[in-house]
Design a protein around this ligand. Structure first.
Ligand SMILES: [Fe+2]
Length: 311
């Protein structure tokens, strides 16, 4: 490791620390925490599902957009395009279920990739929504969601001033808070315990992630490689801008859901829809004989406040 890398490594740790502090200071209460309830959950979750479906495709598109911008700039190689390409591809790979398959089954796991309904995180979410609500929820792209996803793609595709890095960090960091707040609201609204093992929620906020330290370090290294020390303040501002985009979308779909509860979540009700959510979950797991993801008792819940790419 040369002197430049050592210097930027220390600088990047300070950037990550400062960003965590500023996020905690500026975004105190997530809009889902007290804004989502039994009445509007179906409407909010229809927009949320649209985002979850779109995200891996948007991140993949951003990789290509960044590469094309680098080509237009005429350079031989572009460090931003390569690093955001590598980490963005990991995020896509994780979101389509590939990372989990190869961790669990090695190369043989690749043979399960076409079973997208089992692997995509958006399908885990559909399954949980069906269990909680007793019916299928159809994705809904409201005007706020369409605008948000367009702006997200724009941010993730813009390498100028490392805005794409900032939006990647802003998205992932906000996602952790967002899913935690939504899960807390769901538990309170549907009388579920916090150790209930719904597959999407448990997979994202339940238990301890053994790879958490690696994800935090991966984020720091990306910042170390790409953000010059004298651009620290500007970069932190861009991260906050990226975080705010996601946060404000959540505010918009929560506010927009009032009075729309009965419109969302169309689809044929399942036969168990008359049961309380808690009983539907247990009925659903008994049908399969075991939990689809976690064969063991859930470990303690814990929420990560560190800036980390891990969702
Ligand atoms: Fe995910």
């Amino acid at each position: 490791m040369d002197a430049h890398e050592i210097g930027s490594g220390q600088g990047s740790a300070a950037i990550v620390d400062e960003l965590n502090r500023r996020i905690g200071e500026r975004f105190r209460e997530h809009p889902f925490r007290n804004g989502v309830n039994k009445e509007n959950f179906a409407a909010v979750s229809a927009d949320y599902l649209a985002m979850s479906i779109a995200f891996p495709f948007i991140q993949a598109g951003a990789i290509h957009a960044t590469y094309k911008a680098a080509l237009r700039a005429g350079g031989d190689t572009d460090k931003n395009a390569e690093i955001t390409g590598a980490i963005g591809a990991y995020l896509v790979w994780d979101e389509v279920g590939g990372h989990k398959l190869t961790l669990e089954s090695g190369n043989q796991g690749l043979l399960q990739l076409p079973a997208t309904r089992r692997n995509y995180h958006a399908h885990w979410l559909r399954r949980d929504l069906r269990t909680i609500l007793g019916k299928d929820v159809q994705p809904h792209r409201s005007a706020a969601t369409t605008r948000y996803l367009d702006q997200l793609l724009d941010g993730l595709s813009d390498s100028r001033r490392n805005r794409n890095v900032a939006y990647m960090i802003g998205f992932e960091c906000h996602a952790q808070e967002m899913i935690g707040a939504l899960w807390d609201a769901v538990c309170a609204s549907f009388d579920l315990p916090h150790d209930e093992r719904l597959v999407y929620f448990w997979g994202h906020v339940g238990g301890h992630s053994p790879a958490e330290a690696v994800h935090v370090e991966m984020t720091r290294m990306m910042v170390a490689e790409l953000v010059p020390p004298d651009r620290r303040d500007e970069f932190i501002e861009l991260c906050l801008e990226g975080y705010a985009l996601n946060f404000q979308w959540c505010e918009a779909i929560t506010a927009g859901s009032i009075g729309k509860a009965s419109e969302a979540g169309s689809g044929p009700p399942r036969t168990s829809s008359h049961l309380p959510a808690r009983e539907r979950i247990h009925t659903s797991y008994q049908d399969r004989g075991h939990h689809p993801l976690f064969g063991v008792e859930p470990p303690e819940l814990g929420r990560n406040r560190w800036v980390s790419l891990q969702l």
